[in-house]
Design a protein. Structure first.
Length: 346
């Protein structure tokens, strides 16, 4: 029965891709699994539908109208949050179709993960659904275009307004890491940015693979490349950026990540590349370390401490909670010895 069900699911995804049609985005209940067909085809919404959707913001601009869903940790329920970490996941779609693990996700699982990260690091934590995923309307087929950057930027604006957020920490894995690099050119309220195995130099990656177009199928001319936006980055005081990379990454090649880091350093940005050990069959997943890095950065811990602690670490390190406790202790000691100010005065 499982084989039949899986085959039926794949056929449904293929049918939607062929027809190119998009349905109204579903308002997922806490334990409903996200739809593969919705991720493959995209989904539409209206302001009225979005207003009835749990933890969602309606964003509109000259080229988009979307309902973007998010999954907040418990502190957001209190109404006002000064600092917040926002996580953006990697691509759901690939040349092989929708990621098999995507449909295992539910809103409750996303929120539980956000709560776990807040318990570890202490900073309110939010998972932001990318267009066409996790109950957000929009289309994942338009990832790595300016459309996605503008939609996510508008969503951060709405969330900031809703909760009174003064400063963000942004963390993204793979395609989400590329979004982090794109978004810092749009915002002046990002204190800490972490790109974990990120697609930050898209055209370089295309050329290095000997391709004529991106893996999304988009032409080089349609790509919104973060490395080309570095000249527009005007960060807030105290801004720091980190990139977590594995030299054996078989998905987003190390050379493309290094290309972005070198270009960012040349432009004068305070960016540090951390060499770590990624998990997964192609050593691509480094976001667990990235979460610790962005949380320590938001605590105000020094770049030297972060580099020493996480360089050469494995993404499946068995005691992330212990590393978080160590960071909290370190912050208390640094604050006591320096008599310094609050996060934001680095």
């Amino acid at each position: 029965m499982k084989k039949i069900s899986r085959a039926g699911s794949l056929l449904a995804v293929m049918a939607v891709l062929l027809c190119g049609c998009a349905s109204a985005v579903k308002n997922y209940g806490p334990d409903e699994h996200f739809s593969e067909t919705e991720a493959a085809s995209g989904a539409d919404s209206t302001p009225e539908q979005c207003a009835r959707t749990s933890d969602a913001v309606w964003v509109a601009g000259p080229t988009f109208q979307e309902c973007i869903r998010y999954f907040p940790s418990k502190d957001f329920r209190q109404g006002t949050v000064h600092s917040a970490i926002v996580f953006m996941a990697g691509d759901v779609l690939s040349a092989k179709g929708v990621s098999p693990s995507y449909a295992a996700g539910t809103p409750r699982k996303r929120i539980e993960r956000a709560d776990q990260e807040q318990r570890r690091g202490g900073t309110p934590y939010l998972i932001l659904g990318r267009p066409g995923t996790d109950g957000s309307s929009g289309n994942q087929n338009l990832r790595r275009t300016r459309y996605e950057t503008l939609v996510m930027n508008a969503a951060l604006d709405k969330i900031k307004e809703k909760y009174g957020i003064a400063e963000y920490g942004l963390i993204g894995q793979s395609g989400g890491g590329g979004l982090v690099a794109a978004l810092i050119a749009e915002r002046q309220d990002v204190l800490c940015a972490v790109s974990s195995s990120g697609v930050t130099a898209v055209k370089y990656r295309i050329a290095a693979a000997g391709r004529s177009s991106d893996y999304t199928g988009k032409s080089v001319g349609d790509v919104w490349d973060p490395v080309e936006q570095l000249g527009r980055v005007n960060p807030m005081p105290g801004f720091r950026m980190f990139v977590t990379s594995d030299k054996n990454d078989g998905d987003v090649g190390y050379s493309s990540q290094e290309h972005y880091v070198l270009a960012a350093q040349k432009s004068g940005l305070p960016i540090t590349q951390l060499m770590v050990h990624g998990t997964g069959p192609v050593h691509h997943q480094t976001y667990s370390i990235g979460n610790r890095v962005v949380e320590d950065c938001m605590l105000g811990l020094s770049t030297s401490y972060i580099s020493t602690t996480y360089s050469d670490l494995s993404n499946d390190h068995p005691d992330m909670d212990g590393l978080a406790r160590k960071a909290q202790t370190r912050r208390r000691l640094e604050t006591a010895s320096q008599g310094t100010a609050q996060p934001g005065n680095r």
